[in-house]
Design a protein around this ligand. Structure first.
Ligand code: PMP
Length: 408
C-alpha cells in the first residue's frame, strides 16, 4: 500500500470516475500524459473566472494580480526542483520547446562544424530531432551512446566516445519507451570535469521522484507540466544562471525586450529574455497548483508506490502470460513496462484492451532508434501514476489474457 490514502487521492481526479466502453477506466498511459487533480483544474478555472488579464504590461489591478500569480508559479517551480534563483526558471510550451530553445540559442552561439553533441540511443525524438536540425544548420556531428540488451546505458561505450570533440551532452533521465534510468550521478561529474555542458531531459524523471537540480549539477534540466499532473501547453527550461545570461534570445517579440527602436533593441533580463509574447498564463498557474499537489503527496512517496505497482505488474504478467517479453529489464526502472506478446500485434492489443476500459499505449513511443536497436518496431506500454491500484493491474493482466485468447 502507498504511504498516502489511495482512495482519497483517487477522489481528487474527476476523470477516474468515468467509464470507457461501459467499463471503469483503467488509465495506464501516464507516460504520455497524466490525469489532472481537481486542484489543478480549479486553479485554472479560478484564474479565468476571477483574474484573467495580460501580464507584465498593465498597471490595472487584474494585470497586477495575473502577473503575481504567474510569477508565484515560477517560484513554486523553483522550489520544486531546488533551483538557486527564479531567474533560472524559463517557462516554455514543454520539454520539446525547451530542448529546441537550448539547441538554437546555446547551440548556435557555441558550436561549430565538426563539434560533437552526444546523445544516448534511448532518447525521445524531442531530444534527437532538434540536434539533427542543428547538424544541418552548423555541420556539427552527433555521437550516440548505445544501450545494452537490458536497456541500460553502455557506460563503457560512453567513456570510449567521450573525446575532446564532444562539446555538449543531452541525455534523458528516464527512458519513456523502456522506463530504464540513466546513471546521471556517474555521467554528469565526468562531463563537468571536462567542461562539457549537460542537458537532462527530465520529462519522465520529475513525475516520479524529487529532483534537486543543484545536487544533480546539470546545466540544463527540462520537463513538461502535463506529465506531472499539470496542464498541457506549459513546461520548464531550468538553466544555470551564468549560462542563460550568456545565451542570446531565441524567439523575439513582446515581453522579452527592454527598449525597441528600428536601429537597436535591448533585451529584457532573465527569465523574460526567453519568454517572447503572451505566455500560457493559466497553464503556468495550473503547473504551480500541480507542484503544490505533488509536494503535498510527496514526489518520492508517489515514486515508491509506482515501484510497487511496477513490481507487482511485472510479476503478474510473467506468471499469467508465459512467453510475453518485457523490453529493457535493467534494475531500478521507473514507471514503465514495455512489452511484446508473441503473435499479437501491439496495435491489436491496444484496440482490444480499450474495449475492456484499459488505456495503454502502443507503437514506437517517439523513440524509434532504441526499439529498432532491441529488434522491434512497436511495443505495448503501460505506465503508472500516483493513483493507480493493484486491482487495476489485475484488470489489465486479465485483459491481456483475454486478448491473447482472441489473437494467439
Ligand atoms: N522527452 C521524454 C523522455 C518524453 O517522454 C517526452 C514525452 N513523451 C518528451 C521528451 C516530449 O515532451 P512534450 O511532448 O511534452 O514536449
Amino acid at each position: 500500500q502507498p504511504s498516502y490514502d489511495l482512495q482519497a487521492l483517487r477522489a481528487c481526479f474527476p476523470i477516474l470516475a468515468r467509464e470507457v466502453n461501459g467499463k471503469p477506466l483503467v488509465y495506464l498511459d501516464n507516460a504520455a500524459t497524466s490525469q489532472k487533480p481537481a486542484a489543478v483544474i480549479q486553479a485554472m478555472d479560478d484564474y479565468y473566472r476571477k483574474t484573467n488579464a495580460n501580464i507584465h504590461r498593465g498597471l490595472h489591478t487584474l494585470s497586477q494580480e495575473a502577473t503575481d500569480a504567474h510569477e508565484l508559479a515560477r517560484e513554486k517551480v523553483q522550489g520544486f526542483i531546488n533551483a538557486a534563483s527564479s531567474k533560472e526558471i524559463i517557462f516554455t510550451r514543454g520539454t520539446t520547446e525547451s530542448i529546441n530553445l537550448v539547441a538554437q540559442s546555446w547551440g548556435r552561439a557555441n558550436l561549430k562544424a565538426g563539434d560533437q553533441v552526444m546523445l544516448s540511443m534511448m532518447e525521445h525524438h524531442a531530444n534527437i530531432v532538434p540536434w539533427q536540425m542543428l547538424r544541418e544548420q552548423l555541420g556539427i556531428e552527433l555521437v550516440i551512446i548505445p544501450v545494452l540488451a537490458d536497456g541500460s546505458l553502455n557506460m563503457e561505450a560512453f567513456f570510449e566516445l567521450l573525446t575532446p570533440k564532444v562539446k555538449f551532452l543531452a541525455i534523458t533521465q528516464v527512458s519513456n519507451a523502456l522506463g530504464t534510468v540513466t546513471p546521471l550521478d556517474e555521467i554528469i561529474p565526468v562531463a563537468r570535469a571536462l567542461n562539457i555542458p549537460v542537458l537532462v531531459d527530465g520529462a519522465q524523471g520529475v513525475p516520479h521522484q524529487s529532483v534537486d537540480v543543484q545536487a544533480l549539477d546539470a546545466d540544463f534540466y527540462v520537463f513538461s507540466g502535463h506529465k506531472m499532473y499539470g496542464p498541457t501547453g506549459i513546461g520548464v527550461l531550468y538553466g544555470k544562471e551564468a549560462l542563460l545570461e550568456a545565451m542570446p534570445p531565441w524567439q523575439g517579440g513582446g515581453d522579452m525586450i527592454e527598449q525597441v527602436s528600428f536601429e537597436k533593441t535591448t533585451y529584457a533580463q532573465l527569465p523574460h529574455k526567453f519568454e517572447a509574447g503572451t505566455p500560457a498564463i493559466a497553464a503556468a498557474i495550473g503547473l504551480g497548483a500541480a507542484v503544490d499537489w505533488m509536494q503535498k503527496i510527496g514526489a518520492d512517496a508517489i515514486g515508491a508506490w509506482e515501484n510497487q505497482l511496477l513490481a507487482y505488474a511485472t510479476q503478474q504478467m510473467k506468471a499469467e502470460l508465459p512467453g510475453l517479453r518485457i523490453l529493457g529489464e535493467a534494475s531500478g526502472k521507473v514507471g514503465v513496462i514495455s512489452f511484446v506478446l508473441e503473435g499479437a500485434h501491439a496495435q491489436d492489443i491496444g484496440l482490444l484492451t480499450d474495449q475492456l476500459g484499459v488505456a495503454l499505449r502502443t507503437g514506437h513511443h517517439c523513440a524509434m532508434p532504441v526499439l529498432e536497436h532491441l529488434g522491434v518496431t512497436a511495443t505495448a506500454r503501460v505506465s503508472f501514476a500516483a493513483y493507480n491500484t493493484l486491482e487495476e493491474v489485475d484488470v489489465f493482466v486479465a485483459a491481456l489474457k483475454r486478448v491473447r485468447e482472441m489473437l494467439v
